[in-house]
Ligand binder design. Structure first.
Ligand SMILES: *[C@@H]1O[C@H](CO)[C@@H](O)[C@H](O)[C@H]1NC(C)=O
Length: 234
């Protein structure tokens, strides 16, 4: 049985500007709650539209969403990225707070690699933006961590550099047009509505003779729910 490669490239703190929180709390939550790692090879990348500023890219030394981001992606998303692609100043679209939030989520994923754990943290962390110190500590405790565990990771410069290189490289390689982007088996999902159903269908296509995962039976209810919702809107 093959697991599905499933990745969400999201900068959660871009939530204020985009529809990221509804995705994390909605379709992504129901998909990840229904299925587990025997079915899904899931990776959540908290990097958003950030990049490492490049002297030879437009906008330098400032962040440039329209030209700097794609310049860094095409320069650095290659098989052997040139020196300096994933070091130096990391600039986030919405500034340092966004970078700090992404760093916290990346560290939690490093400390608790099971997606059920680290996505529960992301769900909780993003529920009350900006999270207070108490919120963060509650979200951490719920998955068996403390705020100091997270701080020890985010303040470890060489660990952070390596984690951010991994997340940045995955982002550059995908050449994502923006955030959120959700990739299912190598294809960017054009709509994340009824995500569980789409994921279950993809699983069935990939594993024609496997039994349908238990969590997939609720995807039929999800479909019925949506038909009901649209008929009540008429
Ligand atoms: C999904 O949502 C529930 C609340 O309804 C939350 O407790 C849980 O941590 C979330 N899980 C994930 C993986 O997002």
């Amino acid at each position: 049985m093959k697991g599905l490669a499933f990745a969400a490239l999201i900068s959660p703190l871009a939530a204020l500007a985009a529809d990221v929180t509804p995705l994390v709390a909605g379709d992504l939550n129901s998909t990840l709650s229904a299925l587990d790692s025997s079915v899904l090879d899931f990776n959540f990348i908290s990097f958003g539209n950030a990049y490492f500023l490049q002297e030879d890219c437009p906008g330098y030394p400032s962040y440039d969403r329209s030209d700097g981001v794609p310049c860094w992606q095409s320069k650095c998303g290659v098989d052997s990225p040139p020196e300096g692609c994933f070091s130096g100043e990391l600039a986030c679209q919405h500034g340092d707070d966004e970078c700090a939030g992404n760093a916290a989520e990346t560290c939690v994923k490093h400390l608790k690699p099971d997606f059920k754990d680290y996505m529960s943290f992301a769900y909780c962390y993003e529920a009350s933006f900006p999270p207070s110190a108490d919120d963060i500590s509650g979200c951490a405790e719920a998955i068996g961590l403390t705020t100091s565990d997270i701080d020890a990771c985010t303040s470890d410069t060489s660990l952070m550099a390596s984690l951010q290189q991994t997340e940045g490289y995955a982002t550059a390689q995908q050449g994502i047009p923006g955030t959120p982007t959700v990739i299912l088996n190598g294809e960017s999902m054009s709509s994340t509505r009824l995500m569980l159903r789409q994921v279950c269908k993809a699983f069935a296509t990939l594993n024609p003779s496997a039994k349908s995962p238990a969590g997939c039976s609720s995807s039929m209810k999800q479909l019925r729910g949506s038909v009901l919702a649209s008929s009540s809107a008429i």
